[in-house]
Design a protein. Structure first.
Length: 407
């Protein structure tokens, strides 16, 4: 009887209009779930003794405008559009910021589920895995006591580079854009058509405008992939040179503007970048390498799953190269660079970590896409790891709300 019922269902005529409505409904549900998860934190942001970057980011536009400093994130551009000339009114700035947080949290769920749908995931898989991707933090390590020089007592996640953070407004923008940028970069490497190249460059530009920390890693990865494409005779040398030049100009110009405004020593607070290998990272955490493995737990296990299932018709590991390249380059920048202010004092703000975190969000999305053809006898292992990380994210949010500062 069940077989007969499936046959009848399978014989139903295609209904493109209803399919699109189903997809629209699915994306709306995904956005709502993302909103509920993320927005639970910022609703407490103005409570006494609650520590986050939300209020600081909401009010920073006034400082940037008064000093004539160009904004380093699309966050401030959008906020400026909302408040108009009233950028000195703190109440309006806060109102605009809170509206933006809700809208961006909703958009985050749509983007994560949407990229999975666009890459042939089923509706249910896209919804569930998209929710997990948007909730996951670094793999929990309760068996290790983690310490940091910047805070008293043990720490929980400080020093990790998770795919999600729940205390930064500008990083919310950066992670959303980074996911699409890294996914389109991967698709371009898989099939280097003109349309895919144009999409990749556009999304790389958006990711840079969202927050420029990821831009050097994107440019370096495009250079690497261009060499590989020429080597494999998938594009001509001339095409590769022209495309890299276009990428370098479109992504490099806003990067240079942000560098001049914030990291060249002549901008806000006189900050400039210096070579300080592992100084910042080891100040944040007593065990940077385990923290890195915990941050990349799901993508690492995905590579293992692809290797185990290599005899089946699965995604080739080389398909993950663009996402891994962006993540590694961005993480190396955080590991090797530090910040010094105009007085020559080292500033442990960890600004270079944000690019690595954005790149990690893209790595997670591409890793999830890579599992689409892996048999369930193998796939369940990385999915279980992702579930653990997502549960850890929900626990993190609860503890953050409870304590006001769950580092």
């Amino acid at each position: 009887m069940m077989a007969r019922w499936r046959t009848r269902l399978g014989s139903l005529p295609s209904d493109p209009e209803m399919d699109r409505l189903f997809d629209l409904g699915l994306l709306a549900v995904a956005g709502l779930l993302s909103f509920i998860v993320f927005a639970r934190v910022p609703v407490h942001a103005l409570s006494p003794d609650f520590h986050s970057e939300f209020k600081h980011h909401a009010l920073l536009l006034k400082t940037l405008e008064s000093k004539g400093t160009p904004p380093y994130s699309l966050w401030y551009v959008i906020q400026r559009v909302l408040v108009g000339r009233n950028f000195r009114d703190e109440l309006l700035l806060l109102n605009a910021a809170w509206l933006m947080l809700g809208a961006l949290a909703f958009l985050k769920g749509i983007v994560l589920t949407g990229v999975l749908l666009a890459t042939s995931a089923s509706r249910l898989s896209a919804l569930v895995v998209g929710f997990l991707l948007g909730t996951a933090v670094a793999f929990p390590m309760p068996w290790l006591t983690r310490e940091s020089q910047v805070t008293d007592g043990p720490i929980n996640y400080l020093g990790t580079l998770p795919p999600n953070v729940f205390m930064s407004a500008t990083q919310l923008v950066a992670n959303i854009a980074a996911v699409v940028a890294v996914v389109t970069l991967t698709l371009w490497f898989q099939k280097p058509t003109v349309v895919r190249f144009a999409s990749m460059v556009l999304m790389a530009l958006v990711a840079t405008l969202a927050k420029p920390g990821i831009a050097p890693a994107l440019i370096a990865t495009v250079a690497l992939l261009s060499v590989l494409l020429v080597r494999d005779r998938r594009v001509s040398l001339r095409t590769a040179v022209v495309q890299f030049a276009i990428t370098g100009v479109l992504v490099g110009l806003p990067l240079l503007a942000a560098y001049k405004g914030f990291m060249a020593g002549t901008g806000l607070n006189g900050l400039h970048s210096v070579l300080m290998p592992f100084d910042v990272w080891t100040t944040f955490t007593s065990q940077w390498f385990p923290d890195l493995i915990a941050s990349w737990a799901f993508p690492i296990v995905v590579i293992g799953a692809l290797w185990v299932a290599r005899s089946d018709s699965v995604t080739r590991p080389v398909w993950l190269l663009p996402a891994w390249s962006v993540a590694v380059v961005a993480t190396l920048m955080f590991a090797l660079l530090g910040e010094v202010d105009g007085a020559g004092k080292v500033v442990y703000a960890g600004n270079f970590a944000w690019g690595a975190i954005a790149a990690t969000s893209g790595l997670y999305a591409v890793s999830a896409i890579a599992l689409r053809n892996v048999p369930w006898r193998v796939r369940w292992v990385p999915i279980t790891v992702l579930v653990v990380q997502a549960v850890a994210g929900l626990v993190y949010i609860n503890e953050y709300i409870k304590t006001g500062n769950f580092v």
